[in-house]
Design a protein around this ligand. Structure first.
Ligand code: GRG
Length: 313
């Protein structure tokens, strides 16, 4: 954690290199710090019963963009917080995200063989162990989140309520239910937005909010980040849908063309590719507008939003 102090511009240890650390280097350094912290938080692979701990580590350390932790850290920075206070919530959101991927890949859900460029958890450890692995990662997310230091405005009660609400039946789980129910059906753009809000945007919003809460952000700043995360999350999912039809399995590290194969309604399917690209750009512009109250402090969030719009995997 000590070595990460240079990542935050408000830290006395911040080393602008040479002016402002390029985003690519910042993303890689943040991901490395989050990985090191998750390695320390998670039970060791040999901890009994070893099979579950091995599976958890397999799923978590399979790669991944670490987008949610990076948003958490960048939001903390935008609110004048510290890297060390934002590290536990950054790990917690990634653990919840990884649980959702492990369960999403199960035969009873999306039935996928490939995730993050490797065989999915159930392909390696079996379905029963993958169910338990997801359950354990979800639980671990709260164990880790509870380590976040309290601030004047927020404590463990608020942190836990924030993440639990997002993981629950009205957000992540609800989004997955709407997604499953929508397969093979003709959905409207409004239906799609509802699914994406719950399935994708909710965890991005909570990642930002938890980072901000670790920095004792005002409710007005939390509101601004909620608006930012909402538009960013919708844009992120549209780009994801576009990449599903325009990129290869090798590039994505997950099965390409899956949405079409299972008759899933997506933005490209409902409004076409060109209109989807325009919509993602429009949402990203709207997201940026919500960052006004943060001034220069939200430069990383702006860079991340632009980067996500341009991403190729
Ligand atoms: C709880 C089973 C269950 C599901 C909840 C979140 C979710 C619903 C399912 C996860 C699968 C999925 C396709 C979610 C949509 C959001 C999305 C595009 C996830 C992929 O996120 P990335 O690209 O993945 O950040 P990496 O691997 O980079 O972390």
């Amino acid at each position: 954690m000590e070595r990460a102090k240079h990542l935050f511009s408000n830290s006395p240890h911040y080393v602008p290199s040479p002016k402002h650390m390029p985003l690519k280097a910042y993303l890689a350094a943040s991901a490395a710090e989050v990985d090191a912290a998750m390695d320390a938080f998670l039970p060791k692979a040999k901890q009994r019963p070893a099979a579950i701990h091995e599976a958890m580590r397999y799923a978590v350390f399979a790669g991944g963009k670490r987008l949610r932790p990076v948003l958490c850290l960048a939001a903390a920075e935008a609110c004048g917080g510290t890297f060390s206070a934002a590290l536990a919530p950054a790990c917690a959101v990634e653990l919840m995200h990884t649980y959702s991927l492990v369960h999403d890949d199960l035969p009873a859900m999306d039935d996928d063989d490939l995730r993050r460029g490797r065989p999915t958890c159930h392909k390696v450890y079996g379905e029963g162990m993958a169910v338990l692995c997801g359950d354990a990662l979800l639980t671990e997310a709260f164990i880790v989140l509870a380590k976040t230091p309290a601030t004047k405005r927020y404590g463990v009660r608020e942190y836990i309520a924030e993440l639990a609400e997002t993981g629950g039946s009205k957000k992540l789980i609800g989004g997955q239910v709407m997604d499953l129910e929508g397969e093979g059906k003709k959905l409207t753009k409004r239906d799609l937005v509802r699914i994406h809000e719950a399935k994708t945007a909710a965890l991005l919003i909570t990642s930002l909010r938890l980072g901000a809460m670790s920095a004792n952000a005002t409710p007005a700043k939390l509101d601004a980040l909620t608006k930012f995360g909402h538009n960013l999350g919708l844009a992120f999912q549209i780009i994801d849908d576009i990449l599903d039809v325009t990129q290869s399995t090798a590039v994505l590290g997950k099965t390409a063309g899956k949405d079409q194969a299972v008759g899933k309604a997506t933005y490209p399917a409902v409004i076409g590719l060109a209109a989807s690209r325009k919509e993602a750009a429009k949402l990203t512009r709207s997201a940026m507008k919500s960052l006004k109250p943060f001034g220069r402090k939200s430069i990383r969030l702006e860079e991340i939003a632009n980067h996500l719009l341009q991403r190729k995997y």
